[in-house]
Design a protein around this ligand. Structure first.
Ligand SMILES: Nc1ncnc2c1ncn2[C@@H]1O[C@H](COP(=O)(O)OP(=O)(O)OP(=O)(O)O)[C@@H](O)[C@H]1O
Length: 321
């Protein structure tokens, strides 16, 4: 038996299909193995087991394992708003859930250090982040969407005092968590234009940004400012979403428009960015969201606008992104 064959024979049967080549030169065994589709920890385990098996073979003094992986090109979409409370986190969670239902592998990064809410929205309240070494392991939600949140890194209310470098390193940890095969990361950004936005744009370069606003003028001015910032950083704007557009009274059925109507659509036209759709103000959206059941996960009518906007985002990713 040649030494190469001896090494192959020493590799456990269940791992042998991953082995692409084995060479032994002057006591150094080099094994090339295929780790496609494996998450970071499974790939590390494969590397360890191959190395251990080969090191037991006579004449082997050193083992080098090279893993090949078809690294999924993971794309990032930032979901931003000019001001707080306009429904950015609700939109992010529902877009993620709707895209997962369409077959995409989606993760959510809750980078909203001032009001992290994805753990509530994705029914993972109280979930703790695990880590393997320095790498965080995202939480699996009930909706086929993984997530990590600033809220899992710091105690409520503490992050408000963070300064630039701390924000940058926390954001880095979330973005570089063990996302495995996740192909799309939706990032729930804090409102406005602060440290998280700058780090996000400079270091992680999202493929695009979705900006959400309520229809009234003041919110739209802020949203336009957020769009401006993305555009200055050469991040394409996927489009604007109008939230809390019209209110249908659950008691009398009368329709009203507490925040106006159509403002975001005409603002989109004015600044020449796509309009992605409109989500009505609906009590059911708030109660379902607070209860950790994103409307897009169910079959109720209020989930439909989120699904339509998600389909537009998917189309953008397939054609423009
Ligand atoms: N279309 C809607 N109809 C009814 N309630 C909504 C709608 N969109 C969002 N809400 C509610 O408004 C509140 C604020 O929404 P959300 O947390 O998504 O906003 P945000 O922009 O992320 O806010 P923050 O900047 O504070 O994180 C939540 O209670 C949410 O359930």
């Amino acid at each position: 038996m040649t030494s190469d064959t001896a090494i192959r024979a020493a590799i456990p049967a269940e791992l042998s299909a991953t082995v692409r080549s084995v060479t032994l030169r002057e006591g150094v065994a080099t094994i090339v193995a295929d780790a496609s589709g494996l998450g970071r920890s499974a790939a590390a385990q494969l590397q360890r087991e191959l190395s251990e098996a080969a090191s037991l073979v006579e004449g082997v003094s050193e083992v080098r394992v090279a893993l090949m992986a078809d690294k999924a090109p993971r794309r990032i979409i930032a979901v931003g708003s000019g001001k707080g409370g306009v429904g950015k986190s609700t939109l992010t969670a529902n877009l993620a859930v709707a895209l997962a239902k369409m077959g995409m592998k989606v993760g959510v990064v809750d980078a909203d250090i001032y009001g992290p809410s994805q753990a509530t929205l994705l029914n993972g309240k109280g979930s703790k982040l695990r880590a393997e070494g320095q790498t965080l392991i995202p939480h699996d939600s009930d909706f086929g969407v993984k997530f990590v949140s600033m809220g899992q890194l710091v105690e409520p209310g503490k992050a408000i005092a963070w300064r630039g470098p701390m924000v940058g390193s926390a954001l880095g940890q979330l973005m570089e968590a063990d996302w495995g095969e996740t192909e799309l990361l939706l990032v729930d950004m804090p409102p406005g234009t602060g440290d998280v936005q700058l780090t996000m744009m400079q270091k992680f370069k999202p493929a695009g940004a979705v900006v959400i606003s309520t229809p009234q003028d003041l919110a739209l001015i802020d949203a336009t400012r957020a769009i401006d910032l993305f555009q200055q950083a050469k991040i394409p704007i996927v489009g604007i979403v109008e939230n809390m557009a019209g209110y249908l009274c659950p008691h009398c059925g009368e329709a009203s428009e507490p925040f106006g109507h159509g403002g975001a659509e005409s603002a989109a036209k004015d600044i020449d960015v796509p309009f992605l759709g409109r989500v009505p103000l609906a009590m059911e959206i708030r109660t379902a969201s607070d209860g950790g059941q994103p409307p897009a996960a169910g079959t109720s009518e209020v989930g439909a606008p989120f699904t339509q906007i998600a389909a537009r985002l998917k189309d953008w990713l397939e054609h423009a992104g």
